[in-house]
Design a protein around this ligand. Sequence first.
Ligand code: NDP
Length: 518
Amino acid sequence: MSSEQPPKRPARAVKRAAPSALPAPVTPVTPHVASALAASSPWAYAPAPESKELALIRPRYGLFIDGQERAPASGEVVITYNPATEEPLAEVAKGGAEDADRAISAAERAYRKVWSKLAPRERAKYLYRISRILQERSREFAVTETLDSGKPIRESRDVDVPLAAAHFWYYAGWADKLQYAVPGRRPESHGVVGQVIPWNFPLLMLAWKIAPALAAGNTVVLKPASTTPLTALLFADVCRQADLPPGVVNIITGPGEMGMAIATDPRVAKVAFTGSTSVGIKIAQGIAGHGKALTLELGGKAANIVFEDAALDQAVEGVINGIFFNQGEVCCAGSRLLVQESIAEDFIARLKDRMSTLRVGDPMDKNTDVGAINSRAQMETIGELVASGVTEGANLWQPECVLPDRGWFYKPTLFTNVAQSHRIAREEIFGPVLSTITFRTVDEAIEKANNTAYGLSAGIWTEKGSRILQVAAQLKAGVVWANTFNRFDPTSPFGGYKESGYGREGGLQGLHAYLRSS
Ligand code: NDP
């Protein structure tokens, strides 16, 4: 194996560079609102670190092909780092087109000889078993996820891992009831499916993709993101523990081009991708005309709309959760706050007060609200877009908080005086940055909310049920939350309009994506 040096892409390659190389921090231009609960107050929490030892991370990982761990054809490895400390965590195989070919062959064989012949109730048993193992090993998964991705342990423990297990449980229930999923038609699996997942919810995105695929009778080749491969590789171990027949799930790590090699292989009948709109477009172009089924879950620029009659403190919590959950590295993040002009001043003051209490820092601390940004490249993207907001004339505010002296951390950031033409109102920042726009009437709120190239999610805060129904029906977003935000459930479909992609994941609709019906 070669490569003691981190590779050029992914971003980990430059992680060791001095923090001074980052874009200069932008100075707040509006005064800070003091809070009795601010992190620096005498009421600050004592540290409550989770144990790293629970993760059992091995020094080196191979590719998971045909039920076995294999070395990549290149013989090369890449290093995955802890974003909170910039320390290397493990060496991971650098797969390529040759490895994709081997993985697809294994998946095709497993489909033909085993998985497609198995009684549906037997497939269900494997899915239930995987769900149980995920629950049993939940602490190990949560700690591994947090170390590799930078997300707070509270979130990986309470959201990512339980939801991943719930997805396998939910789709296990469908495996022997497929005829009820497509009444009056004959459900059939696609065969081999190729799946490419991102770094913001590594295990959860794996579960969203693998669980319905297996329940519908397909076999899988999955590529995790290069900066967050570890929980996918740990999942390979779960497949072995569950005695899943070899080749039914294959997990191969490698650069983006390998994702394209999987998607374009003629033996892959269905492709599922979650990630940036630009790569989603490339994949759609790459497979166009080949008759493959495709689901794309891409970016977003969601409006979180607060009307003057909303329960304001609850709405503040919802806005905080909407943008600071997972450091804002969430495709459906409520990154545009639309607040009614009559309450804007009061609401912003409350929001600043609440932002002052957010604890930013060690993701392994159970009290941490905002963890580390996943990669140095993502830090740079956030810094560049925030700088553009200042240059274009918006007002920036950040709470006083001390960031750790190493690792990639970004202060929770609030922009006011934002125009719809500003880049921070149009482009996905994928970081803890909230852009505020005001409105006067319901129609204006709807028009501004829909004034985006994306259409993944939206939030409505109001006491009036009739207004929720009126506004939700007019918002061009795949998911609309009312008086809540970022709620996920395996039974509920998720997906977008316009540049947020097409197809749905989750629920019955998510199962349809993995079925052909005649
Ligand atoms: P990408 O879209 O590049 O990465 C997502 C996945 O696609 C990764 O597994 C990546 O592999 C893979 N990939 C990269 N290039 C190709 C390719 N040509 N063909 C097939 N697969 C490919 O996202 P980035 O990591 O570059 O993030 C950039 C921006 O994308 C973020 O700032 C954010 O705005 C958005 N994003 C949206 C997500 C969402 O959930 N909708 C998730 C992640 C990012 P590898 O990691 O090896 O490059």
